[in-house]
Design a protein around this ligand. Structure first.
Ligand SMILES: NC(=O)C1=CN([C@@H]2O[C@H](COP(=O)(O)OP(=O)(O)OC[C@H]3O[C@@H](n4cnc5c(N)ncnc54)[C@H](O)[C@@H]3O)[C@@H](O)[C@H]2O)C=CC1
Ligand SMILES: O=c1[nH]c(=O)c2[nH+]cn([C@@H]3O[C@H](COP(=O)(O)O)[C@@H](O)[C@H]3O)c2[nH]1
Ligand SMILES: [K+]
Length: 507
């Protein structure tokens, strides 16, 4: 037997013993016993399903929140082997635009190229340089990606232009080397090397700008860990999901996202998913768009899970009140400790063949290992990815710290933005906040964070003695995975202590 109970004396608890004592635990309360290692950490296979039919090499997804996931986050998550879910605190058209942008993106190319109109003034480039660090801009007839490419302006073109209102059309370079749509990132990099230019616009047969490769972008990529295989759909496009509600207008939204963008999965976004609204929506989607994966939730009990699975859910999101910005447990007195919620929902869902996503409360790699080892097939993160380069919004300063906004989707501020569709028409006239709004520190790019998180999780699985999520699952349910709850003192001991000064850098 694994984990040291060969002599018949049981050390620690099995999962079913630990989680059936009338106490709910969260990640920090629980600790695993080490198992036996007979494989390298690099050999640990984290491939796992986020829905019945979508597997991810890196089972980490970004939350559908308006300060976490728009196209840039979704593109980068999928490029790294994970996946992003576009929020729906916007119009259906805006959400579709974001999903399309992600689905059409080719990994290796610039995610959000700077594009201007020929009538835009030279000052526009200075503005782009200040706000986004760009030193050049593509000029198209519409001023947007998808418009006919007319030229490129770099800072070199405008160095000696004194009148900052001069239209870009007068200074742009029109003699351009371009590559056709469909050029691979490797071919684009090779061409840039050969032509000794900084920019390579991609154009389609109509001469419209569809993408941009830059020398800086390829050079930059070398500073990050190699991303590995991206998460792709059957057509070779990046995977991308989206959140929706359960109102009538959401049926239209889902239809648009599916018909126009082949969105991979929709999340029915609610704090309490066990409702007739969700049951009906799941049935509607599975009938109207059978190829589309539906993730329902959120739930925290086996009974809730069973109802949504029986309605046809392809995945479940688990967590109520565990999020860093959540006040649901305080305001509504309903929820569950996240480790216990993950364990119990996973037990039911795994039996019924439906994967679950542990959503909220993930603060570090150890929490991801715990969620996956306790039965989740993927984790969803908000706060961990808020404040990164890829998160929506601009950086600003608070007390000398560079920060970005992060807010709960049930905060007054977020509701005020989305209230028209979501709350205005409701019977509920008094709005009660279930989340807060604030800011988080600049965390740099997720291109660094996600690979390191995945590697730390592989290391955790190695310590547990499981070389894959499948093996961990067997150990969880046959009692081989041993664990205990930690007292407050044991938790304190597990953290850094008795240091006068130290720097805690995870990687
Ligand atoms: N995971 C968590 O712990 C929590 C998450 N949140 C997030 O905040 C946002 C808002 O969450 P909720 O307030 O739960 O949103 P919600 O849209 O599910 O619920 C808002 C109100 O509308 C009602 N409602 C829902 N669908 C309806 C329908 N089809 N017809 C009529 N009434 C309907 C609900 O019963 C509720 O009273 C979501 O993004 C959610 O993910 C909020 C609280 C907790
Ligand atoms: O009680 C809540 N009020 C809110 O306003 C709110 N907004 C998001 N969420 C949920 O929190 C998750 C993100 O949690 P983390 O920041 O801990 O990753 C998300 O993925 C959601 O499940 C909310 N919960
Ligand atoms: K909370």
């Amino acid at each position: 037997m694994q984990n040291g109970h060969a002599d018949g004396i049981y050390d620690g608890f099995s999962s079913s013993q630990l989680f059936n004592q009338g106490v709910c635990y969260t990640y920090d309360d629980v600790i695993f016993h080490p198992g036996h290692i007979n494989f390298a950490a690099n050999e640990v296979d984290l491939t796992s399903n986020v829905t019945k039919n979508i597997a991810l090499r890196v089972p980490i997804v970004s939350s559908p929140m308006d300060t976490v996931t728009e196209a840039e986050m979704a593109i980068t998550m999928a490029t790294l082997g994970g996946m992003g879910f576009i929020h729906y605190n916007n119009t259906a058209e805006e959400q579709l635009r974001q999903v399309l942008k992600a689905k059409r993106h080719v990994p290796g190319f610039i995610v959000t190229p700077a594009v201007a109109a020929p009538t835009d003034p030279v000052s526009k480039l200075y503005e782009l340089k200040n706000t986004r660090g760009f030193s050049s801009v593509c000029v198209t007839d519409t001023g947007d990606l998808g418009g006919k490419l007319l030229g490129v302006v770099t800072t070199r073109d405008i160095d000696f232009i004194n009148d900052k209102l001069t239209p870009l059309a007068e200074v742009m370079t029109t003699d351009l080397v371009t590559a056709p749509e469909g050029t691979s990132a490797d071919a684009a990099a090779a061409l840039l090397k050969k032509i000794k230019k900084n920019k390579l616009p991609l154009v389609n047969a109509q001469g419209e700008l569809v993408g941009l490769a830059t020398r800086g972008g390829f050079k930059d990529a070398r500073n990050f860990p190699a991303p590995g295989a991206p998460s792709l759909d059957g057509n070779g496009q990046l995977r991308c999901g989206a959140a929706v509600g359960t109102r009538d207008s959401d049926r239209e939204r889902v239809k648009m996202l599916w018909d126009s963008a082949l969105v991979d999965a929709v999340i029915l976004d609610s704090s309490q998913g066990d409702s007739t609204y969700q049951v009906e929506m799941i049935k509607h989607i599975k009938t109207a768009h059978p190829g589309l994966e539906v993730i329902a939730g959120n739930v925290v009990t086996g009974a809730q899970a069973r109802r949504l699975i029986e309605a046809g859910a392809d995945g479940l999101r688990v967590g109520m009140g565990s999020g860093s910005i959540c006040t649901t447990q305080e305001v509504c007195a309903v929820g569950r400790g996240q480790a216990t919620a993950v364990y119990h929902v996973a037990r039911v869902a795994n039996q019924l063949g439906v994967p679950i996503i542990a959503d909220g409360g993930v603060q570090n790699s150890g929490h991801i290992t715990k969620a996956l080892a306790l039965g989740a097939s993927a984790v969803m993160c908000g706060s961990l990815f808020a404040g990164t380069t890829e998160a929506p919004g601009e950086y600003f300063m608070i007390n000398g710290q560079r920060v970005k906004k992060y807010r709960g989707m049930g905060s007054l501020e977020a509701m005020a933005k989305g209230s028209e569709t979501r709350y205005h028409s409701d019977t509920q006239s008094l709005k009660i906040a279930q989340g807060v709004s604030g800011a988080v520190k600049d965390k740099g790019s997720i291109r660094k964070t996600v690979p390191f998180l995945a590697q730390a999780v592989r290391q955790g699985f190695q310590d547990i003695g499981a070389n894959s999520i499948k093996v961990a699952r067997e150990m969880l349910y046959n009692g081989a995975m041993r664990m205990e709850a930690r007292t407050n003192a044991a938790q304190a001991e597990g953290n850094v202590h008795d240091m006068l000064a130290f720097e805690k850098r995870p990687w």
